[in-house]
Write a protein that binds this ligand. Structure first.
Ligand code: NAD
Length: 357
């Protein structure tokens, strides 16, 4: 349990990943005397690029795997954990690879919870908007002016976003299911062991150090394809880029998680939606316009009409609950997300070309 943030020991699983490394660096910068451990199996291509900057900041890296209870329980005593390890792609596990998703995203959480219970540590869990079922969401949408919009508002769903009240019945992808099942385990461990927990169900997060690829991290994928003049397509739902997403700048997420870890007593037991919100939302073809403007480059965007498994027509976060409870709301707009990401991409052109091109 964190009693003094400035002297805390914080473990970040998935700590070499995009979100995990950003959080590790933020916490260490804010609390230089704290000990921060970044734990990662380096499964994600590009995570290895973070090791240098973690080391330079005085963050200890542990090469380990959340699928191994021994790897986690071999760690020294911790005050808090941020669980950021995952196979984070919604498309993962369709066809093949299901076991990696289940073993990392669900059994990995169970192993993390054993460590949390051992040390009576605080836990912030990075969950996902994908816990909400696909069909119920898609059935409420229709296209107007080239973008999906809410045609049938329902419980927890209005044009300004999806809230925690949206019903959970239905299929949600293996990714979403393993995250939701993890949330259930967290509630049980919290009660059994009296540990403090908070869950953030995040929509799309983006920003510098995201290793965008075709199945995850679309903002960086879009920018990279423009920057290096590589092929890009709109996929599914007619292949015209009508899908709508909101985007949260990773720095806004760092603001939130820092605030939560520093106020765990008030946050304890909460589960929130957290995302860019309606002001940071756009259709995929509009993201192309932003990418053109930010990069100054134009590419032909193709069309693949075949729907992707697990794809949703629209997701916009309703941040009402989290804003009311914490005062937090995103402060960086889409231009900041795309602009900051592109600056980083250009700065590391040669290194990133090997990974993202
Ligand atoms: N990026 C987003 O848009 C987004 C949105 C919602 C939720 N999330 C959640 O946020 C968290 C962080 O995502 P991210 O975007 O940083 O992804 P990421 O892929 O960049 O980071 C995940 C890290 O976990 C590591 N990892 C994978 N399997 C592991 C294992 N078995 N043991 C130890 N480490 C392992 C990877 O090597 C990687 O460094 C995840 O839980 C993800 O589900 C992300």
């Amino acid at each position: 349990m964190i009693t003094d943030p400035s002297r805390s020991t914080l473990l970040i699983t998935g700590g070499a990943g995009f979100v995990g490394s950003s959080l590790a660096l933020r916490w260490k910068a804010r609390h230089p005397k704290s000990e921060v451990i970044a734990f990662d199996n380096l499964k994600r291509r590009g995570s290895e690029l973070n090791l240098g900057r973690l080391k330079d900041a005085g963050i200890r890296f542990v090469h380990g795997d959340v699928r191994s209870a021994e790897d986690l329980l071999g760690l020294p005593r911790i005050d808090a954990m941020i669980e950021c390890s995952a196979e984070p792609s919604v498309m993962a596990g369709y066809g093949a690879g299901a076991r990696y998703v289940v073993d990392t995203n669900l059994l990995g959480t169970a192993n993390c919870l054993e460590l949390v219970a051992r040390d009576k540590a605080d836990l912030v869990f990075l969950s996902t908007s994908r816990v909400y079922p696909i069909a119920a969401l898609n059935n409420a949408m229709s296209v107007r002016d080239g973008r999906f919009e809410v045609q049938q508002p329902m419980t927890g769903l209005t044009a300004s976003g999806l809230s925690e009240d949206f019903p959970l019945t239905g299929v949600r992808s293996l990714y979403g299911a393993t995250k939701l099942a993890s949330e259930l385990l967290i509630a049980e461990y919290a009660q059994m062991h009296g540990v403090r927990t908070v869950i953030d169900r995040c929509g799309v997060i983006a920003g510098p150090w995201q290793m965008g690829k075709t199945d995850q991290g679309f903002v960086l994928l879009w920018l990279a394809r423009h920057h290096w003049n590589l092929p890009l397509s709109y996929t599914g739902f007619g292949g015209v880029g009508a899908q709508v997403r909101d985007v949260l700048h990773v720095a806004d997420l760092c603001d939130l998680v820092t605030l939560q870890l520093e106020n765990m007593e008030a946050q304890n037991g909460a589960s929130y939606n957290a995302g860019g919100g309606v002001n940071n939302s756009a259709a995929m073809h509009e993201f192309t316009g932003i990418s053109q403007r930010i990069t100054g480059k134009k590419i032909e965007v193709g069309s693949d009409r075949e729907d992707r498994p697990g794809d949703i027509k629209w997701y916009v976060t309703d941040n009402s609950r989290i804003t009311a409870a914490t005062g937090w709301a995103p402060t960086r707009d889409l231009d900041a997300v795309f602009g900051d990401s592109y600056t980083w991409l250009k700065q590391h052109d040669a290194q990133l070309r090997v990974i993202m091109a």
